[in-house]
Write a protein that binds this ligand. Structure first.
Ligand SMILES: C[S@@+](CC[C@H](N)C(=O)[O-])C[C@H]1O[C@@H](n2cnc3c(N)ncnc32)[C@H](O)[C@@H]1O
Length: 239
C-alpha cells in the first residue's frame, strides 16, 4: 500500500458543506461493528489506541460480549484500551495539543493501559497482549500512529484487522504512517473498505475511515452468523 494509491482511491473530494444531511454515511458504531464482525474469524485480542471517553471501546466491548453468548471462539478474547487520557501530545489540524484530556473512563471488562504510547507500549505489555485480531487506531497523529504500528507489528498475524478512524482527511497522517510502515515491514495488506465520514479536522470535505487486513498464507474462515441458523429460521418463521 502506498500513500499515492490510498489517496488516489480514497481521495476526499466530497463537499461536506454541500452534501451534509443528504448522504447517509455509516455511523462510527456501524463501522466498528463491521470490523468486529470480520475479526471474529481471527484468533487474538482486541486493542484500541486512542480511547478518550470510551465511546468506541464500549461498542467493541458490547459486540464482543454479545458474540461470546453464541460463539465460543470469542470467549477467551480480551480487550485493551490504550490512551494517555491527557489529550493529544501535539496539535492535529485545528485541534490544539491537550485536546481530549479526560478523566480515565470506567470500562468494565477492559484493561486500561494509561500513558503516552512511547512509554506505555512496552515489551511486557506486548507479551501480555499476544496475538491481536483487531486493532482500532484512533490517535489522529502521525507520530502516535508510527509508535503504535512499530509496537503492534509483531502481534499481528494472518487475517488481523486494522481499523483507522481518521485515515484520510485534510492531513492524511494515519495513512502516511501506515503506508511507510507497510513499505518498511514488507507486509502484505488488503483494503477491505473505506467508509466516508464527517470531517473531524478543519476541512470542508468528508474524511475516510479505513479497514485493512493482513494477508497471510493461511485461509481465514468466514465468520459464522452470530445467531445460529436454527434460531434464525425459528425466529423468521414466527413473523
Ligand atoms: C480522537 S480521540 C479518540 C476517540 C475515541 N476512540 C472515542 O471513541 O471517542 C484521540 C485520543 O488519542 C489519544 N492519543 C493520541 N496520541 C497519543 C499518544 N501518543 N499516547 C497516548 N494517547 C494518545 C488522545 O489522548 C485522545 O484521547
Amino acid at each position: 500500500m502506498t500513500l499515492e494509491s490510498a489517496l488516489a482511491f480514497g481521495g476526499t473530494q466530497d463537499d461536506w458543506a454541500a452534501t451534509r444531511g443528504r448522504i447517509t454515511y455509516p455511523t462510527r458504531a456501524q463501522v466498528l461493528e463491521t470490523a468486529f464482525f470480520l475479526s471474529r474469524a481471527v484468533p487474538g485480542n482486541i486493542i484500541e489506541f486512542g480511547t478518550y471517553q470510551g465511546y468506541s471501546m464500549r461498542v467493541l466491548r458490547d459486540e464482543l460480549w454479545r458474540a461470546k453468548v453464541w460463539d465460543r471462539r470469542q470467549r477467551g478474547k480480551r480487550l485493551y484500551a490504550c490512551d494517555s487520557f491527557e489529550g493529544l501530545p501535539e496539535g492535529y489540524e485545528h485541534l490544539a495539543s491537550g485536546t481530549f484530556a479526560t478523566p480515565v473512563p470506567k470500562l468494565r471488562g477492559v484493561r486500561i493501559v494509561k500513558g503516552f504510547f512511547d512509554a506505555s507500549l512496552t515489551p511486557e505489555l506486548a507479551a501480555e497482549v499476544g496475538r491481536v485480531s483487531l486493532a482500532h487506531l484512533d490517535a489522529d497523529l502521525y507520530s502516535s500512529t508510527v509508535t503504535v504500528l512499530d509496537w503492534l507489528g509483531p502481534l499481528l498475524g494472518p487475517g488481523s484487522l486494522l481499523l483507522f478512524d481518521e485515515f484520510l482527511g485534510e492531513d492524511p497522517a494515519e495513512a502516511r504512517a501506515f503506508a511507510e510502515w507497510c513499505e518498511k515491514q514488507g507486509i502484505k495488506v488488503a483494503l477491505l473498505a473505506l467508509f466516508g465520514r464527517e470531517p473531524s479536522g478543519k476541512g470542508d470535505s468528508s474524511d475516510r475511515r479505513a479497514l485493512y487486513q493482513i494477508v497471510g498464507d493461511q485461509r481465514i474462515d468466514k465468520p459464522a452468523p452470530l445467531t445460529p441458523d436454527r434460531w434464525r429460521r425459528r425466529l423468521s418463521s414466527t413473523w
